[in-house]
Design a protein around this ligand. Structure first.
Ligand code: ZN
Length: 415
């Protein structure tokens, strides 16, 4: 079947933050071979229930404009079964698409997917529709795909999914400009985020005037080059020039690219004293120590600089942190942090308590392992010289490359 695709509408105005509802299940590490045939598609007023004869791997949904439609792609599934329309849906079409099934709902009125979840051990997909106005529909259409995952490693017992959660994920409604992804398409994707940029210089060396934003960009590029040289992963940079991105755009870009690992590069600084050495941070609502809490306050400030107050959204994202979904991601992040500590030790000066935790906004993607690497102190002349040297960058890049390689080797071995 042929679908007509319409171009994304660029946002004309910068609207601070909008919400997309997204369903996030346990972090998804591979592509399982589950596949089922559609048995029934049922529309009841504002909800859609798709039943499969077997568990399916995952689904993603997106919106199409002119005419307004909701499309759902189910990985590995085959079209078939009976269809019952009604409510907000005028017609339902099924077809094969990219080795799976695509279901398209022709809408009677503009509506978006408010939530999506799998039940019955991954055999039933329920989508909740919500009517919106035309401009909200267009905005939601520009957000791209929403991924819906059944619970990972859930035995096919027919029991309802316990580990699922539907939560709002704040996303900038300013259409994200996705960066170029380099490397072999079959490889996992690592997104490297050079901290700060544009009118946010980050920390500045009191002696040399060296800016964190410049140091992080050079390090990010060195890491990209090293990872690409290994040929084992794909790589994208959130920025490859001197531009400003709000923190949520940074992980938003990585999520939109379905990154398997997110690494944000920073340099630390202290007003006084001679602190030195690198440390790695993973997400926790409770900072591991006072210094970690201070660092989080400094690094989270980037958005305040931009005049974006994300206070209310933070509360929503924070509330799900206790969920197992998030915990799984946090465990994967911590495992990578430990690996990095081991691999970096012979190459890069490290702090004695290398792995620490803090509530860092840039690490808040609930479904993507993420770390923030404080590569050293820009306020310390020795560290600054190391960080701003070709050899220093090379050593940091090598540490990351080794850790990344082991990380994915382990992950794939476990699947
Ligand atoms: Zn920073």
């Amino acid at each position: 079947m042929v679908f007509r695709w319409t171009g994304r509408k660029p946002a004309r105005h910068y609207v601070r933050v909008s919400f997309i509802l997204s369903l996030l299940a346990l972090w998804f590490g591979g592509a399982p071979a589950w596949a089922g045939t559609i048995q029934r598609v049922e529309v009841k007023s504002d909800s859609v229930v798709v039943t499969f004869d077997r568990r399916v791997a995952d689904a993603s949904s997106f919106l199409l404009t002119a005419p307004q439609r909701v499309a759902v792609d189910v990985t590995g599934a085959s079209p078939g079964g009976s269809v019952e329309t009604g409510g907000l849906v005028n017609a339902v079409r099924e077809g094969e698409h990219d080795g799976g099934a695509r279901i398209v709902f022709d809408l009677a009125r503009p509506a978006v997917i408010a939530s999506g979840r799998f039940g019955d051990g991954g055999r039933v997909l329920t989508l909740q529709l919500k009517t919106v106005d035309d401009s909200d529909f267009a905005r939601a259409a520009a957000e791209g795909r929403m991924r819906i995952l059944p619970p990972f490693n859930m035995p096919d017992t027919g029991t309802a999914a316990r580990y699922q959660v539907a939560l709002p994920v704040p996303a900038s409604s300013k259409a994200l400009v996705l960066p170029r992804v380099e490397g072999d398409p079959d490889r996992p994707l690592v997104v490297i985020d050079a901290g700060h940029g544009g009118f946010d210089p980050g920390a500045i060396s009191p002696t040399s005037g060296l800016k964190e934003k410049d140091v992080t960009l050079k390090i990010a590029k060195a890491i990209r080059d090293e990872l690409l040289k290994s040929g084992r992963v794909r790589v994208a940079l959130t920025r490859d020039d001197d531009r400003f991105l709000v923190l949520q755009e940074r992980y938003g870009i990585a999520r939109k690219l379905h990154a398997d690992l997110f690494i944000s590069i920073h340099c630390d600084s202290v007003g006084s004293g001679d602190a030195s050495g690198a440390s790695v941070y993973t997400l926790s609502e409770v900072a591991s120590d006072k210094e970690a809490a201070k660092l989080a306050a400094r690094e989270n400030k980037a958005d305040i600089i931009a005049g974006v107050d994300l206070g209310s959204e933070n509360a929503d994202v924070s509330s799900i942190l206790i969920d197992l979904t998030q915990r799984e991601t946090m465990n994967a992040s911590a495992a990578f942090a430990r690996l990095l500590g081991r691999e970096a030790a012979p190459l890069v000066p490290l702090k004695s308590n290398f792995h620490r935790m803090a509530s860092l906004m840039v690490l808040k993607a609930p479904d993507m392992p993420s770390i923030l690497f404080e590569t050293g102190y820009i306020s310390n002349p020795n560290d600054a010289a190391f960080l701003d040297s070709a050899e220093g960058r090379q050593r940091i890049a090598e540490s990351i490359e080794r850790a990344v390689e082991i990380n994915f080797a382990k992950r794939f071995a476990a699947n």
